[in-house]
Design a protein. Structure first.
Lengths: 243, 513, 243, 513
């Protein structure tokens, strides 16, 4: 299906854009702002606000019509390609499929100290009304907390014979989350042979779920993930043929 | 919300008395004139429907024909029903078509023929009024069934795509998202059309025409939504401009719930002749009174052309006049959505507290009226982030001062007519403020600054009313007292549609109202 | 000079974008939103907010880096190509150059009733501390007000022997301002021979000043115009060789 | 702003007394221990500067060497100055380099040699303290010359580019645009470094390292700007993490004006050992007291992990404890920027009034302290339009409740570290609210809802303090009382840097403070 942005009439293509240019405010700056909007495909573009900040920067707000079309058939997304199980089903599948508890090791790595996200997935308390993985009798969860170094993580994963390693990354400035994830997956590749390596999962609000291969991990979870989704994925990836 | 300002009751009474004295001469003027639109409204109630192939309504053609033959000083009712009785035609619309084709002529009967014509006219218009009454009863039933909004202020949202079939889903979405009142704003320029367009609008400019069919379509859609959301969703339009009486009538016939209807807006902002306006507004308010419609007055507009601090007292004066005219026309206090607005320059020190003073003054002067509180527009800019913030403080001022109807401000006010997403963001803003701080009035006890400012505005209003009583309201309007717009009584559009009524003027509708 | 948008570091290219797509909210919709951002040149684009409105619409906020560059040397603007005169200078120039008062007719045409802008230019009161054209003794101003029809305007311009016609247009929905301006300039072309035609000026907050030729007018003034600018332009265009 | 809540003075006194009883055992613990960072701070005051080629500061190398030879239970001062006296080296930094190279050994002198070493140490550190004193006098002079901000609350803005040379122009621009206080937030992870990095930072992550050079560069830049804007612009950084005492010292040496410094933040949010933290915070606060620096505590953080309504009383308890520890360390009330935050779920009914209750309680419990009021973060989303609105109501709550320091919220809180334009929009928001509604407190008289809520929080705080007095503060921390973080006293980072002091422990700086 081909669609266009919608302001107040079907097909009007209207969008709102704001940005700063590193130049003082004058007519030429406004022209430069419109040039950018035009290059982004806005035509006509209306410059509705311009404000100089300090000596050499100007903030702009532009409204206008984009000429681009959106083709929803071409959209690439990571759709959930596994069934969403109840806690009961997860436990039953592990028991039956693995005949031992599934070992999960989680951590915030690098200098990232944002544990609320990984805690939401792992801790009893959970999130959005769902209990975390600790509440699943058949999952053995180790939550290493924040600012864990990659060597410590690998070591612990080895110790706990981790089936899956769950890593959270929230800080994204200067692509910290990407660097840290790559360092982590490389370390596991180095430390363990292919068959012995745990399933690698990263999560955090600013990840692009399409980048798993690029980052060397098995799966990425982004904004709004719930524990049940993660548990279901673990069963799908590690236990297989459940249900 | 009683008495946070401790207004002096004697001063308030004096203000009302002055307003009555200032307004009375205008009422007398209105009583002694009719207009083409008043007469067309009568014919609409009598059952004339539809338009000619050029889109000119048959009511216009009929009134023009009557006027050409016998003038309007007697009213159209008698000549029209006299002709109907004589022509063998059953239907007034058919009569109008014939008149337009020149195959009917009009004359003034006397004696028994006149009595018959009056009786027929009365019967026909009574049928129209009965429909209005039925609609009102229908509304009462639906409110009983679905309920009123759970909170005050009521949340009032505008749609304005120019296409009624695009407006409808947007209005329904807005209602689902929390709007209690939907206003479909009109295409630019409708005010100056001396006829009401017909049919469903597919392409208006910055609004959708007020037509009977658009009213019907939207009301039906909102009835559905009312059922769905379990709350009666009100519909608003504009009884303003050259066709005030007719649009009011159509609103009554199609169960609109509120109408923009001001005694001076058309004069000031559409350059419509003052006398035309005062005659039209009186009739249209009589209809609104009968139909149980809440009117919304337009004082907010003054603050878009004049300064909101300097001209604060002109808003108060206009509200007092609007109240006087409304009562005179039969409207009850609960029907008076008197307008005012959050339009003070936000860069002014204590701007927010000045807004509170003004808003609270209106609240306490008109304790029973469901005041209509309008958002910032003049000082909105293309900085939409700032815009959403100002709208939040506007919402807060509304909650703190107990306003009745909150017209939801849009962050894109200075940019475009509202987008779907603008409305969603705006409603989210309202919800946050009413939910999180809606009860803050409990903790709001105006100090000397706010009370002093309210007293000052009230005393300036009294001063102005005294001058108006001396000079006459028409002269005050000519001098640019309101909104800095100068409008002499002998100028402006639509003056040729005003006619002084004769001794035998007969209007079967006015008689009933 | 080549520049890029500035978030918090020189060259980071960061911008903010928001729009609605006419589809319900799900993963695919988020993908569609990212597709649009990508087509607009944002890469990487972070979808930071998505909210369904009603049944079939979703609002998105996207942050990210645009790959486009802005070349300030290529910017086209209508620079003021005439000297900015004081009121005194304007009056003196008219007196000397024209030897009669210069006649100006102003109006809001079409169904547009927004007079505040044209009044700011014409009325005594003016704007931004500058008095309007009525305050210039050598200008004869006729302000026709709002909702003036094009035939009435042409008629009045003829009557007053207008040297310049000033038209304001504020409402832009469905390009009303462009349609009305074109109708106006066509009417003048039709009604009057080239030499007799007054200077045609339009103004309003949403005009693109580059469109004068396209609209058939001599000059366009946009947001924030002041009376002095207009008066100076009148001298420049109608009196010439002043100063 | 006196007594809108009418808090019961006896109840307030009881709360303070309980806090003192809960805190005293921890003070005793702090007095009987030292840490590697306390000892390094002593050496910094004594004049050790710079770092080895790997970036490890010479103070670290020197303390490590002393510890290896004689342990730390006696303090570093005596062994170091004894070695200095014996080595013929003039400069302590050179001594450190030699020690690192293994060419100096340390021993504990006794008798006259010990007295000499003490005297030398005291002389050296006194020079450092004199610099601190000079900086403080310098600040006083500049405030006299340029003046304090014209309004309360002071406007506090964060810069965080990760590059000090990008931070500087942004900070200057922010000050020109109205910021009264600039905070350079630190690169993630600095808290857990057991040394203070050296030199100017060009690439930090989500912040710029706290280094002496960065402090110097930024302070110099802001001195320029202070002159330009005619108002002394304050500079803030973080004395938090494993190097609290040293960073406090560097702040004193470089005339920083405020420092984030909390008694429990490192324990809870950086998993630093509790005893390490309590020892370090005591010393760092003594330095802050001497330097005339205002501390900012971190109670706001609890509300990012715990619920702001459920855990409101834990904020109050922590503020009372922070106050007790601060007073004990010599800080005056005007130096206590106690933290709290606008973190209640905005969807909660009356959320804004609950915020007012909490904020006012803090205000009236600590009437002389310049409370630090933190903006919404947890409930901010990618909807930046909504974000700017919430920040506006946060600003309003700050003005209504007389907060001292307003940390300016950013609409992009949930998205990115602040952009230049975010800061500009945020400042515009603050200006609008303070200018337009800054005096609204005059009209704000809390009703039963707000007063009841404040009383409830205070009584819950007393209940919790009673339990802490019984169980011990360390156990309460171990149980997850604050921010739902469980931190046992025998765990956490930096424990190996804690040493119980011996009877002969000597610290020439502590003696002076
Ligand atoms: C709470 C918070 C803190 C708390 C953290 C407490 C704690 N114990 O976690 C405190 C106050 C300590 C803090 C400190 C800092 N913070 Co902080 N903080 C936030 C805040 C307000 C909320 C984050 C949060 O808890 N979200 C709620 C959780 C549930 O959501 P989530 O993390 O997205 O997790 C969900 C999914 O993403 C997913 N998920 C996440 N991880 C994983 C892992 C796996 C395996 C899976 C399957 C799923 C998954 O599932 C979760 C549940 O649905 C955000 C702003 C905001 N509103 O988002 C800033 C924010 C994240 N912080 C930020 C910064 C910069 C910092 C500091 C570095 C500032 C400084 N220089 O001092 C410090 C230092 C922190 C450090 N070293 O990392 C920035 C990051 C900017 C960026 N994009 O790079 C933000 C965005 C604020 C900002 N705009 O500046 N912070
Ligand atoms: C005041 C106002 C009104 C007043 C007008 C009173 C009056 N006598 O003018 C009232 C309340 C009557 C009104 C009504 C309506 N309005 Co109105 N109104 C505004 C408002 C709030 C401010 C406009 C203004 O006065 N700006 C200040 C002046 C000084 O600025 P300016 O016009 O840009 O003028 C400057 C320059 O542009 C330039 N300039 C302008 N004209 C000219 C001409 C020449 C020759 C030159 C040289 C220069 C020049 O110089 C001026 C000085 O610097 C704007 C929203 C906003 N904040 O911008 C909406 C707005 C313009 N209105 C709007 C609408 C839709 C309407 C209505 C149609 C709504 C309705 N359907 O009922 C009605 C009907 C009006 C009609 N028929 O045209 C829309 C237009 C949307 C669009 N882009 O198409 C706006 C943007 C609001 C919105 N978001 O919906 N409105
Ligand atoms: C009383 C009144 N009538 C009508 C309108 C709408 O304008 P128009 O007459 O162009 O439909 C307004 C403005 O909002 C108003 O306040
Ligand atoms: C007291 C205190 N210290 C330090 C920080 C900063 O964190 P970090 O220790 O990562 O620099 C905060 C959080 O804002 C804080 O409140």
């Amino acid at each position: 299906m081909i669609i266009r942005p919608y302001g107040d009439t079907t097909g009007d293509g209207m969008v709102q854009l704001s940005f700063t240019l590193p130049i003082p405010h004058d007519k030429r700056a406004e022209g430069a702002a419109l040039q950018l909007a035009n290059r982004m495909g806005m035509d006509p573009a209306m410059l509705v606000h311009a404000k100089q900040m300090g000596d050499g920067y100007t903030f702009f707000v532009v409204y206008g019509k984009v000429t681009h079309l959106v083709d929803t058939d071409q959209v690439q997304v990571v759709e959930r390609d596994f069934p969403l199980l109840s806690a009961k089903e997860v436990n039953a599948a592990v028991k039956r499929g693995l005949r031992r508890r599934l070992s999960v090791v989680g951590a915030c790595i690098g200098t990232d100290a944002h544990t609320v996200g990984i805690d939401a997935i792992l801790n009893l308390k959970g999130i959005a009304g769902e209990k975390g993985l600790e509440s699943y009798p058949e999952l053995a969860v180790t939550n290493m907390g924040a600012q864990v170094s990659v060597p410590d993580l690998v070591e612990t994963a080895r110790e706990r014979k981790a089936d899956a390693v769950l890593v959270s990354q929230v800080v994204t400035q200067r692509d910290a989350h990407l660097h840290n994830t790559r360092a982590m997956s490389a370390a596991f590749r180095e430390a363990l042979p292919a068959g012995k390596r745990p399933l690698l999962i990263v999560g955090g609000p600013r990840f692009d779920e399409l980048m798993a291969a690029d980052l060397g991990v098995d799966r990425i979870f982004s904004r709004g993930t719930t524990p049940r989704e993660v548990a279901s994925y673990l069963v799908h990836a590690l236990v297989g043929g459940s249900k | 919300m009683a008495g946070k300002l401790d207004l002096d009751a004697a001063v308030v009474a004096r203000a009302r008395e002055l307003a009555a004295r200032a307004g009375q001469p205008v009422v007398d003027l209105a009583r002694s004139h009719t207009t083409v639109s008043v007469e067309r409204a009568v014919l609409r109630l009598a059952g004339v429907r539809g338009a000619d192939p050029d889109g000119i309504p048959w009511v216009n053609r009929l009134v023009d024909a009557v006027r050409a033959d016998v003038g309007l000083e007697h009213g159209v009712a008698v000549p029209v029903f006299h002709a109907l009785a004589g022509s063998g035609v059953e239907d007034v619309t058919v009569l109008a078509q014939k008149a337009a084709a020149g195959s009917v002529r009009f004359s003034l009967p006397s004696g028994k023929a006149a009595t018959t014509a009056r009786r027929l006219a009365k019967r026909a218009t009574a049928a129209g009024l009965r429909t209005v009454d039925r609609r009102r009863a229908e509304r009462d039933r639906m409110i009983k069934r679905y309920g009123d909004p759970r909170q005050r202020p009521w949340i009032y949202l505008i749609v304005a795509t120019g296409d009624i079939h695009e407006d409808i889903p947007q209005a329904q979405a807005a209602a689902r998202a929390g709007a209690d009142v939907i206003a479909v704003i009109r295409s630019t320029g409708q005010s100056l059309l001396d006829y009401v367009p017909e049919g469903a609008t597919r392409e208006g400019f910055a609004g959708t025409y007020a037509t009977q069919e658009n009213f019907r379509l939207m009301r039906a859609a909102l009835d559905e939504t009312s059922k769905e959301v379990g709350r009666y969703v009100r519909l608003t339009n504009y009884a303003s401009g050259l066709c005030m009486p007719e649009i009011a009538t159509l609103a009554g016939l199609e169960r609109l719930d509120m109408m923009l209807n001001d005694s001076m807006y058309g004069i000031l902002f559409r350059d419509i002749n003052p006398i035309r306006t005062f005659v039209d507004q009186r009739f249209s308010r009589q209809i609104h009174a009968r139909a149980g419609i809440v009117i919304n007055t337009g004082e907010d507009n003054y603050l878009t052309t004049a300064d909101a601090v300097d001209a604060a007292h002109t808003v108060t004066v206009s509200q007092l006049l609007n109240e006087f005219f409304a009562h005179e026309a039969g409207l009850a206090d609960w029907q008076l959505g008197l307008g005012h607005a959050f339009e003070i320059n936000p860069d002014l020190p204590d701007s927010f507290r000045l807004e509170l003073a003004h808003a609270l003054l209106a609240r306490e002067l008109f304790p029973e009226a469901p005041l209509k509180w309008m958002p910032p527009t003049k000082h909105m800019t293309g900085d939409v982030f700032r815009g959403n913030l100002l709208d939040g403080f506007f919402n807060l001022a509304g909650a703190l001062t107990g306003q009745g109807i909150l017209l939801v401000g849009m962050m894109t006010e200075a940019v475009v007519t509202p987008w779907l997403s603008d409305r969603d963001i705006a409603l989210q803003n309202v919800r946050y403020v009413l939910n999180g701080a809606g009860n803050l009035h409990e903790d709001f006890t105006p100090g000397p600054f706010i009370r002093g400012r309210a007293d000052q505005v009230l005393s300036e209003a009294i001063g102005l009313l005294e001058r108006i009583v001396d000079d006459g309201l028409l002269n005050a309007i000519a001098d640019g007292t309101f909104g800095i717009m100068k409008r002499p009584a002998d100028r402006g559009k639509g003056l040729d549609g005003v006619v002084a009524t004769g001794a035998d003027y007969y209007n079967p509708v006015s008689e009933e109202l």
